[in-house]
Design a protein around this ligand. Sequence first.
Ligand code: IPE
Ligand code: IPE
Ligand code: MG
Length: 246
Amino acid sequence: MDLLSQIQPEKLPQHLAIIMDGNGRWAKQQGMLRAFGHENGTKSVRRTVEACARLGIPNLTLYAFSTENWNRPKLEVDMLMKLLIGALKKELKTLTQNDIKLNAIGNLDTLPAKVKKELSDVMEKTSGNKRMTLTLALSYGSREELTRAIREISALVKNNIISTGSIDESIINQHLYTQNLPDVDLLIRTSGEHRISNFLLWQIAYAELYFTDVLWPDFKEEDLYQAIISYQTRERRFGKTSEQIK
Ligand code: IPE
Ligand code: IPE
Ligand code: MG
């Protein structure tokens, strides 16, 4: 049966996050360099973004570059940054046509000036778009995000703007890069790795996790639909009993 028709529109995740992994292994399988995998990964990005917008998922967050990824060979990092600049330039049209707003999370100051410029340009040009918010996690690490939040909140306490006792989950949320986003409902990781790799640790507290062996450049609409169908069959109890939420 057609997968798309099995998706229940009223039960869509309000925030889908994806750890796009496996570009390097995909390239190796083809006897090609890692760069080839990354290039083909951008095609999956476009496919996935458009499919999510069509489905009506309001928030999509993609892990594109982690704080740890800075430790890769310089040649690969430079290549990824170049690819990002190119993709931002090219995809402005796709974002505009699909009424998608671009957002970015992470330690953006550490990105090369050209990336920052292209990023802020596309974010500004798409800021009025309403259908979906696409968030790119760039130079993103959850521990860096939490450290920064703790530093900011400590400064507020030190300057007597808030008291220690008033620090609650909502204040912490307000100091995260994701302050304007709801909690993650569904987290997908491709390439068969079963780990989180420093991604949205706070925000996935109650997310449903979905792992697939598919390598990111091979990730198609059908793989996305399958993940959503799996998500929709799960009972999200949030600590309660099954009877309580029926
Ligand atoms: C994911 O693919 C892309 C980034 C992390 C930038 P990888 O480059 O991690 O691919 P593998 O894991 O080596 O196959
Ligand atoms: C996670 O993938 C980061 C991104 C997808 C951007 P990695 O390939 O860097 O993760 P590890 O190091 O294998 O956990
Ligand atoms: Mg990887």
